[in-house]
Design a protein around this ligand. Structure first.
Ligand code: BG6
Length: 475
């Protein structure tokens, strides 16, 4: 094989909390990210350190309006279709379906919204790839139960997932359980709706959440397969391999350890059991995993069909703790790699790293892979009548697509598809900025919330269209 497979799924990715807006329409309840303001306090919320989750007079909450996908989805999907998308990765807002999270019955209007979105996708033969929960938890469940710290969340999530599988049977074939599940231990509010109780042991709380979220994921695989055995259900984790700072054996071991941050979740989801390195680590720390009857069996019998991950860049770690000091408290940071270019938004581009990463995951799990996020933020500005020149996106994607082709064609990695992150400009998860633009489509909206929200095709729009048309041959 010298080309990508004919059925390779090209497309883009978005998430409800970063695009939809319409936060109080058609019965939707508030969601965890609705109450996280932009600005300097944002990370404290995402770390789970903020107890007071009320709206503050002097803060701004851009997520409430997003980029108004809720009202403009037809226009946006038509643009994705014009680029030739085969797949659109999108997520469902849990609190549209269950506004509080613990109701008996779902909110019909919420379900209808996604009926309409899926109908629109079908019109253009675009497959939906649905993330059941992408940084998105009903706020009521967060306040009442502390998110996935509580085992009750497993039941609420099972119920929510069951409703989705039944309603969209035969319409949605590809599902992801939780976005960037491995961030549960680093950004617990963001990834698992967890608020840390300062009077309790923080690490124990994090591992309670990790166990519950892993369990909810396995149950979802079970339920999804029972309702429709043709469903393909994957996990989703923040990917990108770690490199050793030098070839000193201590640096190499630090790398093995760092890579296990993501492997731990994937090991449970893809192999069906807690890996021995994690069991030993927790034993040393005196942390208990809140196993109950049948948990082990559920995990074992319901492993994922494929692995999906985000890839932005690789990272570097040292065995010397003093050197690591600068990256200790920042989950996005890396030591500088002298062989790569400048650090932009705390990342260094590394297309070859994508090939390394794909090979590493495929060697380890031997399951199909799906790259469901890849991209870079840029800050182009729209000027009426002028081309929106985002050459940087084109260069970034070109090099990464070359690398994934090498992984597939030369190395034999089984890769299902590729969805770029933020195929339309959207709110950044970490900074909530609009000016960190990932899209092929420009959205006229600035960081202060000003703008028409009109959509414009960027230079990369036409480039990606050609890439898809030629199945990745014309880069
Ligand atoms: C991933 C998330 O971590 O990175 C997305 O799944 C997020 O939701 C993306 O938007 C890019 O990060 P950021 O902070 O630039 O938006």
């Amino acid at each position: 094989m010298r080309t990508l497979p004919k059925d390779f799924l090209w497309g883009g990715a978005i998430a409800a909390n970063q695009v939809e807006g319409g936060y109080n329409e058609d019965g939707r309840g508030l969601a965890s990210m609705d109450v996280v303001p932009n600005g300097k306090n944002r990370f404290q919320y995402m770390f789970g350190n903020v107890q007071d989750l009320s709206f503050k007079e002097d803060e701004k909450y851009p997520v409430l309006n997003g980029i108004d996908f809720y009202h403009r989805y037809k226009e946006d999907i038509a643009l994705f279709a014009e680029m030739g998308f085969k797949v659109l990765r999108l997520s469902i807002s849990w609190s549209r379906i269950f506004p509080r999270g613990d109701e008996e019955r779902p909110n019909e209007k919420g379900l209808q919204f996604y009926d309409d979105v899926f109908k629109e996708l079908k019109k253009y033969h675009i497959e939906p790839l649905v993330t059941i929960s992408h940084y998105d938890f009903p706020l009521y469940l967060v306040k009442e139960y502390g998110g996935f710290k509580s085992r009750k969340m497993v039941d609420f999530y099972k119920k929510y997932a069951t409703v989705l599988f039944k309603r969209y049977k035969g319409i949605v074939h590809y599902w992801l359980t939780f976005n960037e599940i491995n961030d549960t231990l680093i950004l617990p509010y963001l990834s698992a709706g967890v608020v840390i109780d300062p009077n309790e042991d923080k690490e124990q709380q994090l591992y309670n959440a990790a166990h519950h979220i892993l369990l909810a994921s396995a149950w979802t695989v079970k339920i999804g397969h029972e309702i429709d055995p043709t469903n393909k259900i994957g996990n989703m984790f923040a990917g990108g391999t770690w490199y050793p700072y030098t070839c000193h054996p201590q640096d190499v071991f630090a790398t093995i350890t760092k890579n296990r941050d993501a492997f731990f979740f994937c090991d449970v989801q893809a192999r069906g059991y807690y890996p021995s390195y994690k069991l030993r680590e927790l034993e040393r720390k005196g942390i208990t995993i809140p196993f109950e009857d049948n948990d082990k069996e559920i995990l074992k019998n319901n492993t994922i069909d494929f692995l999906s991950f985000s890839y932005y860049a690789t990272h570097v770690v040292s065995g010397d703790e003093k050197l690591n000091e600068e990256i200790k408290n920042n989950p996005l940071a890396t030591l500088k790699n002298p062989y790569l270019g400048e650090i932009l938004y705390k990342r260094q581009d590394d297309p070859m790293g994508l090939r390394n990463t794909l090979n590493m995951y495929y060697d380890r799990y031997q399951k199909p892979l799906f790259i469901v996020e890849n991209g870079t933020g840029t800050n182009e500005v729209y000027v009426e009548g002028k081309e929106i020149n985002d050459e940087r996106h084109i260069e970034y994607y070109r090099e990464h697509i070359k690398a994934l082709k090498d992984a597939v064609i030369i190395d034999g990695v089984d890769l299902m598809g590729y969805t770029t992150w933020g195929c339309i400009d959207l709110l950044s998860a970490s900074s909530c900025q609009m000016s960190k633009r990932y899209g092929f489509i420009y959205v006229d909206l600035d960081d202060e919330g000003h703008g028409t929200m009109n959509r414009y095709r960027k230079k990369s729009f036409y480039w990606y269209k050609k890439v898809i048309e030629t199945n990745g041959e014309d880069l």
